[in-house]
Ligand binder design. Structure first.
Ligand SMILES: [Zn+2]
Ligand SMILES: [Zn+2]
Length: 132
């Protein structure tokens, strides 16, 4: 399985090969502020499966040791990574084919926005979820 994507302007592109570990919606306040959106949906891959195929993103040390990778030209937020971790998260909205992945649950649901109705029947956790 190959997942490709990139930023809005096309300056930065990536490719991830292999099976993703999980897909989840994150309602944390940091994802919200960094993206400007009510939530961010992430797909997790082993770190060594992601390759930057065009350009290279900048890193924002959002909450050390975690950082966010984004395009310096257009600002698209594409990756969340914790220093030294063996996996990283790719923003599903930056994939070329985001409809191909299926989220499994919600995390940091206790800080979700109250007007965002979660009626998808998926489990919701107030922390990183069951697989971290
Ligand atoms: Zn860009
Ligand atoms: Zn988050």
């Amino acid at each position: 399985m190959i997942h490709e994507g990139g930023c809005f302007c096309g300056a930065v592109r990536y490719r991830a090969e292999g099976e993703p570990l999980r897909v989840m919606h994150c309602h944390c306040t940091i994802c919200r502020r960094v993206s400007g959106a009510p939530l961010v949906t992430w797909i997790t891959f082993p770190t060594n499966e992601l390759t930057w195929t065009k350009g290279s993103p900048a890193r924002l040390k959002s909450t050390p040791p975690a950082s966010r990778h984004f395009c310096t030209a257009c600002g698209t937020h594409m990756v969340f990574e914790i220093d030294g971790a063996r996996e990283l998260d790719v923003a599903v909205g930056s994939l070329d084919r985001p409809a191909d992945v299926v989220p499994g649950y919600h995390i940091f649901a206790d800080t979700r926005l109250p007007w965002l109705r979660l009626e998808d029947g998926l489990p919701a956790y107030d922390d990183w979820g069951p697989e971290v």
